[in-house]
Design a protein around this ligand. Structure first.
Ligand SMILES: O=C[C@H](O)COP(=O)(O)O
Length: 341
């Protein structure tokens, strides 16, 4: 197998050691803008055009074979490796963190010629109760812990409690907070309430980055997805994120396209940069490549870097490792070889 120019293709944050990861992490903050209701109301979505474009992406063969391994290694560096189950334990989370530090088996990395690169996931995402365990298990790695917060997944607990949750997770060491919005504010067109809510969450986060989960599968229309994206960004969300992973419909390419274009429009009009995180139901290497291609085409190469793009995924890493195995060995490894994630 020929050696590929992985150094150019793999977005290991800043290409370097943990300190650089932290620098990359702090690079982008979105200060937000005033709520501009005319702008929000002007958001339109041409559903059939969006579906056509999304269909053309998933129908294509995304990346040629010889580049696929490099793109898949990059996908790993974009991943918020996640566990959000009722039966999560400290033991599971420690194993997940070990996987986040070393997501690919050393013999595969050697065979790919990238054993010298510090490949790890972008973050580990857990419930608040597991934040201290994850922080401890990731110490010294530079990998941030993300906590789902604010009454995840419904977001319907009392406001004061939701704010306290953010404070508790930040105090426990979470550097990223994935909040959920009140979907009802979108469904009733109460943009002021949505803006105030996200702004209060952003303030509670302090230095931690805020990712706003829109719960797109519960927003009824793509137009609502576009408008909610815009309001969340105006309120200061550092990332907008599709789903909790618990809705019936989670991250889809049409929804992703609408959100990516909202990010582009917000950037053009405000000059502020916002990241994007599709989450829920992204399980295969092929899906990951479709998403990465879409981001690169819609928003440029910065959007296949971990400071601006994340996959929220609990099982994607498994399939990526399988595909890398296939690339190296010409066959698929048995499932038990990738016991985690
Ligand atoms: O935020 C991440 C999602 O909850 C993960 O969803 P998943 O289990 O479908 O990969």
């Amino acid at each position: 197998m020929s050696t590929l120019p992985y150094n150019h293709l793999i977005a290991v944050p800043a290409g370097g050691p943990p300190d650089d990861v932290e620098a990359a992490h702090d690079e982008h903050r979105n200060p937000g803008t005033a709520l501009d209701l005319d702008w929000v109301e002007s958001v339109r979505v041409n559903r059939s055009a969006v579906e056509r474009r999304a269909g053309s992406l998933s129908g294509r063969r995304t990346v040629k074979k010889q580049w696929q391994a490099a793109w898949l290694l990059r996908a790993i560096t974009l991943m918020d490796l996640t566990t959000l189950s009722g039966d999560d334990t400290a033991g599971n989370v420690r194993r997940l963190c070990a996987k986040a530090r070393h997501p690919v088996r050393p013999e595969l990395l050697r065979a790919l010629g990238v054993e010298h690169l510090p490949i790890h996931t972008a973050a580990v995402c857990v419930y608040h109760a597991l934040v201290p365990t994850a922080v401890e298990a990731l110490e010294g790695s530079g990998i941030p812990v993300a906590a789902v917060s604010t009454g995840f997944p419904s977001g319907l607990s009392p406001m004061e409690q939701r704010i306290q949750e953010i404070h508790a997770s930040v105090n426990a060491g979470a550097r990223e907070i994935d909040i959920v919005i009140t979907r009802g504010h979108v469904l009733t067109g109460n943009w002021q309430a949505l803006y105030d809510e996200v702004k209060a969450f952003r303030q509670a986060c302090g230095p931690a980055h805020l990712k706003a989960i829109l719960g797109t599968g519960e927003l009824a229309t793509l137009r609502n997805v576009g408008r909610a994206s815009m309001v969340a960004m105006m309120a200061g969300a550092d990332f907008i994120k599709t789903s909790t992973g618990k809705e019936t419909e989670n991250a889809t390419l049409p929804v992703g396209l609408v959100m990516a274009r909202a990010i582009r429009e917000y950037r053009e009009r405000s000059g502020h940069v916002v990241g994007f995180k599709p989450a829920g139901g992204i399980k295969t290497a092929k899906q990951a490549l479709d998403w990465m291609l879409m981001m690169k085409e819609e928003l440029g190469p910065d959007y296949v870097r971990p400071d601006l793009f994340r996959f929220g995924a609990s099982s994607l890493l498994n399939d990526i490792e399988r595909q890398l195995d296939h690339h190296v060995n010409g066959r698929y490894a048995a499932g038990y070889r990738q016991p985690m994630a």
